[in-house]
Ligand binder design. Structure first.
Ligand SMILES: Nc1ncnc2c1ncn2[C@@H]1O[C@H](COP(=O)(O)OP(=O)(O)OP(=O)(O)O)[C@@H](O)[C@H]1O
Length: 245
């Protein structure tokens, strides 16, 4: 049975696209057929993050306009043969309708075990419906108090609409923030958002370095270890939380 995983956050810049790319890579390298669908219309970045810049022939815009079949519009990523991507249209004015994305994801369930949806930030009508209808919602926050509060608001809305399958991902965790900010530990963040923790990703310069070059994370980096643990937990393995920031 395939799983549709939406990666979302209240605030922008929390790391949704980086997480979608690195998580997709981790799942694919573990042998799972994985597709990343990018919904950041007009702000495409997944081609760069996955080392596919200049190699994307079709995108989601072609599918939504009916000029290309959805499977044909996906591109296999060179870094990992189990990983494919359906990039966002570079035209920001292509209309996004929740029912179209629903049709696309249902069709793609035939081919992929994991379908990761990288969303734009905040509460936008159609994106909200798409996320609500997914099998698992990853609510991404950084330890920044504003970001944590926005994560809570998003999560409350998803619960109100009936989605109980939410997990929290705390990104860009670092010692400095825990020492000097209001959110003085991970428990405070988890309690404020009110969602079960799936994983903590440290602030790690290896992540922008890798995604900026479209290269995989080095297997000795803290980021790599965090994504490997998160992907295994998604698959139901019991991987204890070990947090080093
Ligand atoms: N764990 C991390 N450690 C260090 N830098 C990170 C980490 N996660 C993400 N970043 C950096 O933070 C910036 C924002 O990340 P990203 O573009 O993935 O966020 P986003 O939530 O998708 O943004 P947007 O809301 O604009 O779509 C990027 O420069 C990225 O490299």
């Amino acid at each position: 049975m395939s799983k549709i995983i939406a990666v979302t956050s209240g605030k922008g810049g929390t790391g949704k696209s980086s997480i979608s790319a690195c998580l997709g890579y981790a799942l694919a390298k573990q042998g799972n057929r994985t597709l990343i669908i990018e919904l950041d219309f007009g702000l495409r970045c997944m081609d760069i993050m996955l080392g596919m810049q200049g190699n994307i022939t079709y995108d989601l815009g072609d599918v939504l306009e009916g000029t290309c079949d959805v499977y044909k519009a996906t591109t296999t990523v060179k870094l990992a043969s189990n990983l494919s991507v359906l990039c966002a249209p570079s035209d920001p004015f292509v209309q996004l309708k929740a029912e179209d994305i629903e049709k696309i994801t249902q069709e793609m369930r035939k081919y992929f075990e994991y379908i990761i949806i990288d969303t734009s930030a905040g509460i936008n009508g159609s994106v909200f419906d798409i996320v609500t209808n997914s099998d698992l919602i990853l609510i991404v926050t950084t330890p920044d108090p504003v970001c944590v509060r926005d994560a809570r608001m998003m999560s409350d809305e998803f619960y109100k609409r009936g989605n109980q399958k939410q997990r929290l991902v705390i990104n860009k965790a670092n010692k400095r923030i825990f020492e000097f900010d209001e959110m003085d530990d991970l428990d405070a963040i988890i309690d404020t958002v009110g969602v079960q923790l799936l994983g903590v990703i440290p602030e790690d310069s290896a992540i922008p370095l890798a995604t900026g070059k479209g290269a995989p994370l080095s297997s000795s980096s803290m980021g790599f270890l965090a994504f490997s643990a998160i992907s295994r937990r998604i698959k139901g393995e019991h991987i204890p939380l070990s947090i080093k920031v």
